[in-house]
Design a protein around this ligand. Structure first.
Ligand SMILES: [Zn+2]
Length: 80
């Protein structure tokens, strides 16, 4: 019986971790550490960014404060 409780605790912890990770990866814009433009994640230029160079932003404000400027192709907003 004790083993079942431990198993249930592990399942609950895994669910919390999943929810946390889903929240942590909730971003609106992306950029590259090799450039100073930020994009919509669906932008043709954004999809070419290598995973190791990918930078994410939760808002346009966050991207601007990090010194990034809007991409001229996908034209993300400067405030949201
Ligand atoms: Zn773009």
């Amino acid at each position: 019986m004790k083993r079942k409780r431990i198993l249930a605790a592990i399942v609950i912890l895994a669910l919390f971790l999943g929810a946390y990770l889903a929240f942590a990866t909730d971003y609106k814009y992306v950029g590259s550490s090799k450039s100073s433009k930020y994009h919509y994640p669906t932008c043709q230029r954004a999809v070419k960014i290598k995973p190791e160079n990918l930078v994410t932003f939760k808002s346009a404000k966050e991207a601007l404060e990090a010194g990034y400027t809007p991409c001229t192709v996908c034209k993300p907003p400067t405030e949201d």
